[in-house]
Design a binder for this molecule. Structure first.
Ligand code: PLP
Length: 395
């Protein structure tokens, strides 16, 4: 997954251009910047490559989620459906918006299941935060139909899925609003950065205003701009955007390498009857940042994780056991604990987060192992992984 593996002179040249000719602020300063506009340039490239009307860059994937929720009208007291297998930012963004996270079951796509979503819809449900975990999608036609039927905003967290598609459409552009992360370990890296994606003009206008103190960005004089809404500062800097400009030009190459490397490992694992694979509703659109497999039992998954480690295979993730990507081990989320009182503390009938039950997701995640697909692997690196598999998996 990590685009940083391909950092070279081109990222440096882009930063140099900002330092020598441009300016670090993404708006205004027209007289000083010699027409260097890196954030705009990257936004235009994203829209063009992915056939999306609007992309708005922000400071991170997390602030992209916060911005997307606000821009789509999700706020205090609204229920937002979210998966138990995700990065914790998905939940934080909802809570900090004053909204109420409601956990639903995933299926073997490792993303929210259509039935799981339907089971938890209430009159207060306003949105689904659909997370395209590990670079690929769920059953998007069904998910979209359910959201439309119940008048819910489909927010696609495509933070791990830049460049992935479903039936030809970019992940992040199927629902009303989507997000990317360009943090240090994502498919495309700006160092830190993120993007809000939408085909909806009013969501776009809300997003650029909300992420910059409500500025309307009309005209050439920041001091004279009006502020139709309140917002905050989630701006990206021109230096981070510049890194992204160089990285975005490598997207096709990154996807090609990931898909080739993943295929080699997947083909090698297919011969082991005990291994099954994550369900991919449109395999051609997978961004191939991870290979996820399922073993027959939890005990066997733990044994295999350990054996792969001992065989020297790095970057093997047993998410069910870690405390960063699965609800089971998120004590701070169970207790809704922050450093100060939260909006959700005022909600009397909020879910009891200490007792959220997701047995179907537990049964899947306890048997699932993911391997990071890297860009820098040599043929030899791939072969040594395949050799390690022969020692670990049962014929
Ligand atoms: C990385 C990530 C985020 C947050 O992105 P940052 O840029 O690190 O803030 C959100 N959701 C998912 C699924 C992620 O993987």
């Amino acid at each position: 997954m990590p685009g940083f593996e391909l950092f070279d002179e081109t990222e440096k040249q882009q930063i140099d251009e900002v330092m020598e000719k441009g300016f670090t602020f993404r708006y205004n300063f027209d007289g000083m910047r010699n027409d260097v506009w890196k954030a705009r340039e990257l936004e235009n490239m994203i829209c063009e490559t992915l056939d999306i009307k609007h992309a708005h860059l922000v400071s991170s994937g997390t602030t992209a989620l916060t911005t997307a929720l606000a821009a789509a009208g999700i706020g205090a007291g609204d229920e937002v459906i979210v998966p138990p297998f995700t990065f914790v930012a998905s939940v934080e963004a909802i809570v900090l918006a004053g909204a109420i996270p409601v956990f639903a079951e995933i299926d073997e796509t490792l993303t929210l299941s259509p039935a799981g979503i339907e089971a938890v819809i209430t009159p207060k449900t306003k949105a689904v935060n659909f997370v395209h975990m590990c670079g690929s999608m769920g059953h998007m036609d069904e998910i979209k139909a359910i959201c439309d039927k119940h008048n819910l905003v489909l927010l696609e967290d495509a933070c791990q899925a830049t460049g992935a598609t479903y039936k030809g459409k970019a992940l992040g552009s199927i629902g009303q609003v989507g997000t990317f992360s360009f943090d240090s370990v994502k498919t495309i890296s700006c160092g830190e950065g993120g993007a809000v994606l939408t085909n909806d003009e009013s969501i776009y206008n809300n997003a650029h205003m909300y992420s910059d103190h409500g500025h309307d960005h009309i005209g050439m004089d920041r001091g004279a701009e009006s502020h139709p809404i309140m917002g905050s500062n989630y701006r990206i800097s021109e230096m981070n955007a510049a890194v992204g400009v160089a990285q975005w030009k490598k997207l096709d190459r990154i996807l090609e390498i990931q898909r080739r490397n993943k295929k080699a490992l997947k083909d090698a694992l297919a011969q082991y009857p005990e291994v099954s694979f994550r369900v991919l509703p449109d395999e051609a659109g997978d961004n191939a940042g991870f290979l996820s497999i399922m073993l027959p039992t939890e005990a066997r998954a733990q044994e295999v994780t350990k054996a792969l480690g001992e065989a020297g295979v790095p970057a093997v993730f047993y998410w069910y056991g870690n405390n960063w990507h699965y609800l089971k081990n998120w004590k701070h989320i169970h207790e809704m604990k922050s450093c100060a009182k939260l909006p959700i503390d005022l909600v009397a009938d909020r879910p009891d987060y200490n007792n959220v039950q997701t047995p179907q997701s537990d049964a899947i995640m306890s048997r699932t192992i993911s391997m990071l697909i890297q860009l820098s692997w040599s043929e030899q690196d791939i072969q040594s992984r395949i050799d390690a598999f022969a020692k670990v998996f049962k014929k």
